[in-house]
Design a binder for this molecule. Structure first.
Ligand SMILES: [Zn+2]
Length: 130
C-alpha cells in the first residue's frame, strides 16, 4: 500500500487495516465453542430430613444443563460432570467469537467508507478546497 503522509484519509484507511489485522489475529486464539448457555445447578432432594434442605452447601450436584436454541426451539441437554465445565468454557468462547465478529463487521463498514472516500479523492484531479 502506498503511503501518503499528506492525506489524512489514507492514514485512516491504514489505521482501520491495522486494527482489522489485530482483531483477525485474536480470532486465531479461539478454542472449541458452542452456542447457548451452560448452567451449574445444585438441587434439594425429596428427603425432608436430608441436610440439603437446611444447608445450601450440602445441596446435591452439580448438575450441568446446556440450553440453546435450534430452529426457534429451546433445547435443554443434561451434561455429565466431565462435560459441564468443558461446555461452559466453550460457550464463553462462542460469546467471544460473536463479539469479535461484531467488532470486525463494524470496523469493516467504517474501513470500506474510508476506502471509498480515499478513492474518490484520488480520482479527482482537483480536490475541492476546504
Ligand atoms: Zn438431599
Amino acid at each position: 500500500m502506498t503511503r501518503r503522509p499528506n492525506s489524512s484519509r489514507a492514514l485512516a484507511v491504514d489505521r482501520y487495516a491495522q486494527r482489522f489485522l489485530q482483531l483477525k489475529n485474536e480470532l486465531q486464539n479461539v478454542e472449541y465453542f458452542c452456542k447457548g448457555t451452560v448452567l451449574e445447578r445444585r438441587m434439594k432432594c425429596g428427603q425432608p430430613t436430608c441436610a440439603c434442605h437446611t444447608d445450601p452447601a450440602k445441596r446435591h450436584g452439580p448438575y450441568w444443563e446446556w440450553t440453546y436454541k435450534a430452529k426457534g426451539k429451546t433445547v435443554n441437554v443434561r451434561l455429565s460432570a466431565e462435560a459441564g465445565p468443558l461446555f461452559k468454557t466453550a460457550s464463553r468462547q462462542h460469546r467471544k467469537i460473536k463479539s469479535l465478529l461484531a467488532r470486525l463487521e463494524r470496523l469493516s463498514q467504517n474501513a470500506l467508507k474510508a476506502l471509498a472516500k480515499a478513492k474518490t479523492t484520488e480520482s479527482a484531479k482537483n480536490p475541492s478546497p476546504t
